[in-house]
Design a binder for this molecule. Structure first.
Ligand SMILES: *Cc1c(COP(=O)(O)O)cnc(C)c1O
Length: 369
């Protein structure tokens, strides 16, 4: 392993190594497991699972990839605190709190209400345990005003602006984490860890994973189709927004290293699917619950109802319709599988700001019970 960079994108573009901000947080590459039981049951030539669920020692999931670049930038700019936004159960807000603390930064989470689930309770307790300052507002307008207020308050307190991280960490800089993920998969293919997939399935919240993977595969000239399964409303994720994030990320890459190719999107090689969204963000679906049971029975681990279960349901439905015959499929496990209960067990929810108590005092949604 010596001499091999854990960031294959940097190896391909040394200009990025010198100029792009980066701080090491995760364990790379994440493993790829092949699962024959799954391949047989969905009628694909092969199914591989990309294990981003174990991307970090304390807390895994797909946000660790983006945070290596975002927190690298925060440190480079001399920030003391980072501020981010999301829904109450946001995996991104929790990942930010965990890894900001690890690199010596404070974290402020500005959160919107959502449907109740055990994962919402767990993430709130874990964020609090890691020292995040938690706030909530009832809607986007009120949250935006509260973010502006936090900026003023923290300038007064620390004489510095907090470093702002957008929802899901999907700024062009954050997306670099998933461009690198494409290079990581390419290296694993070369090493014979998995076959070259014909198609990759990934859940789409803030679009960074989908955009980064398609961008990376385009730069690598690998004809791998990326199917993004939308789990947020269209105001958060749409084709137009995917295209604009793609363009902004190419521009950011070329600013750091002008030798990075000026790639464009290939409409045959990416897709944004909406039919597995269900009623609303964070609302579990029957198809998602079935998918979760299906993966567990195949010995492939667990899925979360908000994101990965909906993406898996899309893959399973395509398989059931015979669309994956002869296809090598890669499913991206984006959810954390590290057990947080030893940490959260120590926290009494009464210590959280009062507005969050309702998540602990009301029932979780029926499909999560
Ligand atoms: C954030 C998240 C996603 C979506 O990734 P984006 O890059 O925001 O589209 C998928 N799965 C899980 C579990 C997540 O937390």
């Amino acid at each position: 392993m010596s001499g091999v960079s854990p960031i294959p994108l940097f190896e391909a573009y040394p200009g990025l190594t010198r100029r792009a901000p980066h701080v090491a947080l995760g364990s790379w590459p994440t493993p790829v497991d092949s699962n024959n039981t799954l391949a047989e049951s969905i009628g694909a030539a092969s199914v591989s699972l990309k294990r981003d669920d174990v991307s970090g020692a304390i807390y895994g999931g797909n946000k660790v990839r983006k945070l290596e670049f975002l927190l690298g930038d925060a440190l480079r700019r001399g920030a003391r605190e980072v501020l981010t936004v999301g829904y109450a159960g946001s995996n991104h807000a929790l990942a930010t709190a965990v890894y900001a603390k690890q690199v010596g930064l404070g974290a402020i989470s500005m959160l919107l209400p959502q449907v109740n689930a055990k994962s919402v309770q767990r993430n709130l307790l874990a964020g609090f345990h890691h020292g995040a300052e938690l706030h909530t507002r009832p809607n986007v307008g009120a949250l935006t005003r509260a973010v502006a207020w936090q900026f003023l308050r923290h300038v007064a307190k620390t004489r510095r602006l907090p470093y702002y991280i957008p929802a899901g960490g999907s700024s062009p800089l954050g997306v670099l984490g998933f461009v690198n993920a494409a290079y990581e998969v390419a290296r694993q293919i070369e090493e014979g860890v998995c076959p070259t997939p014909d198609v990759v399935y990934v859940a789409v919240g803030s679009m960074g994973s989908l955009v980064g993977l398609h961008l990376g595969f385009q730069a690598l000239r690998l004809p791998i189709r990326v199917v993004g399964v939308r789990v947020t409303p269209v105001d958060f994720a749409s084709e137009a927004k995917v295209e604009s994030l793609f363009g902004a990320t190419v521009a950011a890459l070329r600013k750091y290293d002008p030798s990075f190719p000026n790639v464009i999107m290939n409409p045959d090689l990416w897709e944004l699917r909406g039919e597995f969204f269900g009623e609303e963000y964070g609302r579990y679906t029957e198809a998602g619950a079935e998918a979760t049971g299906h993966l567990r029975e195949a010995g492939g681990g667990s899925l979360d109802g908000t994101y990965s279960a909906k993406a898996f349901a899309a893959m399973k439905s395509d398989g059931d319709r015979g669309l994956l015959e002869d296809k090598d499929v890669l499913f991206w496990l984006t959810y954390n599988s590290r057990d947080m209960t030893p940490l959260t067990g120590e926290v009494d929810y009464h210590a959280l700001p009062h507005a969050f108590h309702e998540y602990f005092e009301t029932a979780v949604q029926p499909l999560d019970a």
